[in-house]
Design a protein around this ligand. Structure first.
Ligand code: ADP
Ligand code: MG
Length: 553
């Protein structure tokens, strides 16, 4: 029910289309069938009692045809409105979903997994839209239309009407029983499909790593097991579908095929007229057709609501600190010392930083060393407000929590340890660091990052997905050039030389010295001895604490 309530927002936004899309077809298709059944009855009366001339009958036929075509044309227009509603809603939901992903803090993104998740969510968005469109249609339409036919048949002959309603009720009940069981089986089918897909994606990734043979073998065994599960479940579903057809389908069909002969027998005994038999026959067929599909819509709703739950888990992410939100300071601080005061960070239950306090002075290069996994990158992520932390971090006099994200991130040029490369040309990749930069500035930043390749061709190169067509060193240089293009007062380099050759490393270290001369505040995280020697002083991260080491230079 929660899914339905949440989708109400979209129904309200496009309410005119929704009302037109559901009620116009329902109303006009009921009207078409009722009108046709009524006309049929009249023709029989006219023909059997021979009251009308051939011309009169022909004239009536033409009018009937015109009215029926008009009604079904309006019905068709309603269905167009329905499709438009579906398209609008899907787009709005997708827009909200991606907007939320872009705005949410980084730790939320880590909850939902790696890149391939978006393809799965796209299907979920399509399925969720159907809650407001097809599922509502599947329930409301038969309710509306079925009630119309029911009343018409009950009025024509109460006894036959009652039998029809009773049999219709049995069909719906039987459908519900099977539908609930099929729903369980379908959940298991979905799980098996997910295991197949994720094992296959692991195997592909494993192929590229050193574990290739082991990974491939383990993953293909997992895929085989999941495929076997999938097959078993599919067989179970087919069995249930067959049983459903044999029971509820047969009741529905007997309703259709028994009621008309029954009405004929009643006509023989004179309790109803022959024309009424035709009227009842026509409407019974329509009534049963909708009854059969009524329960299926509930099944689809429960499937779609599973999809919606996944989409909703993203929709309910909070926004990252709103940029320049009221009350937040949008002024850049005058001095750029960085002060950590009693900062604690935990990932889940695991405490990574414990009560860390230290100050980094402006105008010098501070090195940060420590074992892998000691929490060096975590220090920077907290400063950049990418993760939650306790305690306070100051940029100059300003508490980072009070600074708008826009100002904070403009004040810091950050080259993260994972060199993110976007699927655009190398030049554009660098320019993302400062979209206002001129070509000359991009060239300068590239030179400072140690890009010694022929820039004319290198800048225009396609980088492939995740920069896969660049070497590790090239990716690192592009990422460094992007940070250097920013011209901020604070520079943070996280393992900047991990993938660089010694020539590029020397160029980068010269750049660091140059930045220092320009009076920038530099934080250099590294574990390489050849890199750390440019630092004026060193902080060591160990056991979740930060210790100061003696001056190096
Ligand atoms: P490093 O000193 O190598 O830069 P990090 O700061 O990246 O270390 O990580 C510190 C610890 O926190 C590591 O043990 C790492 O496994 C853990 N960690 C880092 N990021 C996450 C995360 N998003 N979720 C859970 N644990 C994390
Ligand atoms: Mg790190």
């Amino acid at each position: 029910m929660k899914a339905l309530l949440s989708m109400m927002k979209y129904i309200r936004r496009n309410r005119k289309l929704w009302v037109c899309g559901i009620f116009v077809p329902a109303f006009f298709s009921t009207a078409t069938n009722l009108y046709f059944a009524d006309r049929l009855q009249r023709y029989v009366i006219m023909i059997t009692e021979r009251r009308a001339s051939l011309w009169e009958i022909f004239g009536m036929l033409l009018i009937t045809l015109f009215v029926l075509l008009l009604l079904s044309w309006i019905d068709g227009m309603g269905l167009c409105a329905f499709s438009l509603f579906s398209a609008f809603t899907e787009n709005e939901l997708r827009d909200d979903f991606y907007d939320r992903l872009v705005r949410t803090p980084m730790n939320n993104l880590q909850k939902i997994g790696r890149g391939e998740f978006l393809i799965r969510y796209n299907t979920d968005i399509e399925q969720s839209t159907q809650i407001a469109s097809r599922d509502m249609f599947g329930v409301l339409y038969p309710l509306f239309v079925g009630t119309g036919y029911m009343i018409a048949v009950l009025t024509a002959d109460f006894r036959i009407g009652m039998i029809m309603v009773l049999l219709g009720g049995i069909v719906i009940l039987l459908n519900f029983i099977f539908v609930c069981r099929i729903k369980q089986v379908q959940t298991e089918i979905l799980q098996a499909k997910e295991v197949c897909a994720s094992s296959c994606s692991d195997a592909i990734r494993g192929k590229m790593s050193i574990r290739q043979y082991c990974a491939q073998r383990t993953m293909s065994r997992k895929i085989e097991e999941a495929a076997e599960q999938l097959y078993q479940r599919e067989c179970c579903r087919v069995r249930l579908e067959t049983l459903k057809i044999l029971t509820s389908g047969m009741v529905a069909d007997s309703c259709m095929y028994l009621l008309t002969p029954f009405a004929c027998i009643m006509a023989v005994f004179g309790s109803i007229g022959v024309p009424v038999v035709l009227f009842i026959h026509q409407l019974c067929r329509c009534f049963i057709m909708y009854t059969k599909n009524f329960a299926i819509s509930f099944l689809q709703y429960s499937e779609h609501s599973l999809s919606f739950e996944r989409v909703n888990s993203v929709l309910s992410f909070e926004d990252e600190k709103a940029e320049n939100r009221g009350g937040r300071r949008g002024r850049a601080p005058g001095n750029y010392a960085i002060t950590f005061r009693n900062v604690c960070v935990a990932y889940g239950n695991r405490q990574v930083l414990k009560d860390v306090s230290f100050t980094v002075s402006p105008g010098e290069c501070t090195g940060i060393v420590g074992e892998s996994g000691s929490g060096k990158s975590t220090l920077v992520k907290a400063l950049m407000q990418m993760i939650e932390y306790q305690g306070e971090i100051f940029l100059g006099e300003e508490n980072c929590r009070d600074l708008s994200l826009d100002i904070l991130r403009k004040s810091i040029a950050y080259a993260p340890e994972h060199n993110d490369i976007f699927p655009v040309a190398v030049y554009e990749n660098i320019r993302y660091g400062n979209l206002m930069a001129t070509e000359e500035e991009v060239n300068h930043a590239a030179a400072m990052a140690g890009i010694t390749e022929d820039r004319e061709t290198f800048f225009r190169r396609d980088v492939g997905e995740n920069g896969g067509q660049l070497s590790g060193g090239q990716r690192q240089k592009v990422s460094l050039a992007r940070a250097l293009l920013k011209n901020a007062p604070v520079y943070i380099f996280d393992e900047p030389t991990a993938a660089l050759d010694s020539e590029a490393e020397t160029i980068l270290l010269n750049t660091v010295l140059q930045l220092k001369q320009e009076g920038k505040c530099i934080l250099l995280i590294t574990h390489k001895a050849s890199t750390i020697h440019v630092a004026d002083r060193i902080l060591r991260v160990e056991g979740g604490c930060v210790f100061s080491e003696e001056q190096v230079l």
